[in-house]
Structure formats: C-alpha cells, structure tokens
Write a protein that binds this ligand. Structure first.
Ligand code: SAH
Length: 224
C-alpha cells in the first residue's frame, strides 16, 4: 500500500470489500503498462464500485467505461490510471479536475495529491459525488458546482489540471490557471479526440499527444 494511504488516519476503519477483484484489476493495469506504484496502490485501494449505481456496481472493475447517469460516463480504469500517472510526473501539490462526475477520479487524486478541487456542471451528479467523497473521509478533496470552461479562478494557480470531458479546443482560462512548471491534461476534439498533455514552461505551452480517446463533451453552463 502507498505510504500515504498507510499513514493516512482517514482510511482507518473503512472495511473495503471486493479486494480480490480489485487486485485483478491492478494486475491488468500493470500488463497494460501502468508503472507508478502509487497510482496502482490508489486504484487497488479505492472502492470503485461505490462510485456507481447499485445495478452497475458488479461491473465496476471491468476494463470498460460505465454510465453514471444523465448521459455521463466514468472512464475505464486504464484511462484513469494513465491520466493520473501523467499528472503525478510534475509532483503536484494542488490539483483541479474539470468534470467530477461520479467523483472517482477526484478520489484517486485525493489519495495522491495533498489538495484537490473538482468542478462539475450537473448538480445531481455533484451531490452524489460529494457524499461518496465524504464517506471515504477524503477531506482534502473539494467539489464545486461550476462551468469548468472557466476553471476555478479563486483557487488558482494549480500545479495540475485534469479535464475529463472533451472541449473542441483548450479553454484559455485553464492554461492561465496553471502554475509555472505545471501540467494540464485534456481530451481535445469532437468526434475524434486526442488526449493531450500541456506543460507550462517559462509561460510557454509545450504540447504532447498521448493517444486517441473518447470522452463526453465539455458543455457550457451549469444545471441545477
Ligand atoms: N471524472 C469523472 C467522469 C467524468 S464524465 C469520474 O471520475 O466519474 C465528464 C463529466 O464532466 C460529466 O459529469 C459532465 O457533466 C461534466 N462536465 C461536462 N461539461 C462540464 C463543464 N463545462 N464544467 C464542469 N463539468 C462538466
């Protein structure tokens, strides 16, 4: 188990079931090329099934994206792991996620990054995500109802920003809210999307393409 998780008193007393299923998922992630032991520990530890509606919970550890209601989806474990691994390369102290959805990716970040913020545009999803995060006692993760196109100005700058819904182009506010030396990861595009890493070096943007992906679109506004 990651040192952080072992030492984190928040995790005491939470009896997680389905450990064997999670261990199999972690083994598969290793085979798929995930190397960061902290990321593997976090995914091996967090109860992914609690982030899904009961009817789908039994499929939580499959190698697939799953619906979380209101037309939204929780990414497959590999994508969550890969994006987290890429983000950790800059050793972020403060991270922002755009698109909290079920709250799973935010919880993963919460195991690995001291301070995590995540914004979501759909209040119904946000409320559920919030109670999951609270039940897991991840007090370093805070969720906020907002249109992620504008980031979270009052908490900027962030060392890392993870966008989990696809904009056609990178919203300029997000890059502006990235700290110097920070990293932003986002799926960019419409029908064809590319997962991109943007690094901020001397105020300049360095861009790297990672892989073709498929995320739900980043939509404008919020819905109560
Ligand atoms: N990261 C999530 C899955 C994300 S699905 C998880 O771990 O479960 C993408 C999410 O982005 C959806 O919940 C969708 O409502 C949200 N979203 C889309 N456009 C948004 C915007 N402009 N601002 C904030 N959230 C947005």
């Amino acid at each position: 188990m990651a040192e952080f998780l072992r030492l984190n008193p928040q995790f005491k007393g939470i009896g997680f079931t389905s450990q064997r299923t999670r261990d199999r998922m972690v083994k598969r992630l290793v085979e798929q090329g995930i190397k960061n032991p902290q990321v593997l520990d976090a995914l091996g530890y967090l109860p992914r099934h609690l982030f899904l509606d009961e009817a789908l919970a039994h499929r939580a550890y499959e190698d697939t994206a799953l619906p979380i209601g209101l037309g939204q989806t929780l990414s497959q474990p590999y994508i969550v792991a890969r994006m987290t691994e890429l983000l950790l390369e800059v050793e972020p102290k403060k991270a922002l996620e755009i698109g909290a959805g079920s709250g799973y990716q935010a919880a993963v970040l919460g195991c690995l990054v001291p301070e995590v913020w995540s914004v979501e545009r759909l209040e119904a999803l946000l409320e559920k995500a919030r109670s999951r995060i609270k039940n897991l006692k991840l007090s370093n993760v805070r969720l906020h109802l907002a249109d992620g196109h504008y980031g979270l100005e009052r908490e900027a700058p962030f060392d890392a920003i993870l966008v989990t819904a696809a904009p056609k182009q990178l919203p300029p506010n997000l890059f502006e809210q990235l700290a110097e030396g920070g990293r932003l990861i986002a799926p960019i595009g419409d029908e064809h999307q590319m997962l991109r890493v943007y690094d901020k070096r001397n105020g300049q943007m360095l861009q790297t393409d990672i892989a073709a992906v498929r995320f739900v679109p980043l939509l404008p506004g919020t819905e109560k």
